[in-house]
Design a protein around this ligand. Structure first.
Ligand code: MN
Length: 205
């Protein structure tokens, strides 16, 4: 049997991100929404296997798009959970190499924070604000991903992602996305972002 995708457990308890993200909000986001992308991807893998076994056709275009949507959702949520942590140990200003890169690229942390927040707040409908590192230039960029379309650019690596789908914040913030975006800064796990950046700098990719 070929391996399927699995929903990893959250790296912390459901109430860890309170009061910025409630236990109820985090549990539904992880257990229901993230799970749905894993199930969606696995359903397509199953269809591939069964169709090939039986020698029947399937809609390649539609399934390629659906797989990209579900896998984007799965991988982005994995990264999002890793990017967060309890406010008692996280938030504030970054240190280390990510702090240097932010200073180099944006001039200051305040400027970066403003640009990233604006990117998140102005994302139309459902999507993500994403900080990426460019391996070729050593620069940072802020992108918007529509839905779960990861806009994969070779040598551009996502470091920090913020989910701005309504399912990420509606129970806690209703329609007030800017308050959710402001709350996010209290629970960013900069150490995890730093580790990710350092490993990408050291990699040969
Ligand atoms: Mn989400």
């Amino acid at each position: 049997m070929v391996k399927m995708y699995e929903l990893p457990p959250l790296p912390y308890a459901y109430n860890t991100l309170e009061p910025y993200i409630s236990e109820e909000q985090l549990q539904i986001h992880h257990d229901k929404h993230h799970q749905a992308y894993v199930d969606g991807a696995n359903g397509i893998l199953k269809l591939f296997d069964e169709s090939r076994d039986k020698g029947v056709d399937f809609d390649l275009k539609a399934k390629a798009k659906e797989l990209s949507f579900n896998m984007g959702g799965h991988q982005l949520h994995n990264l999002f959970w890793q990017n967060l942590g309890p406010a008692s140990e996280n938030g504030g200003k970054p240190t280390g190499v990510v702090a240097e890169k932010i200073e180099e690229t944006f001039g200051s942390f305040e400027r970066f924070k403003k640009e990233f927040s604006q990117t998140a707040i102005t994302t139309e409908g459902s999507g993500w604000a994403v900080l990426v590192f460019c391996k070729s230039t050593g620069r940072l960029f802020i992108l918007q991903y529509e839905k779960h379309n990861v806009n994969l650019v070779p040598r551009w690596v996502p470091l920090l992602v913020l989910d701005v789908w309504e399912h990420a914040y509606y129970l806690d913030y209703k329609n007030v996305r800017p308050d959710y975006v402001e709350a996010f800064w209290n629970i960013v796990n900069w150490d995890a972002v730093n580790e990710r950046l350092e490993s990408w700098i050291a990699s040969t990719y």
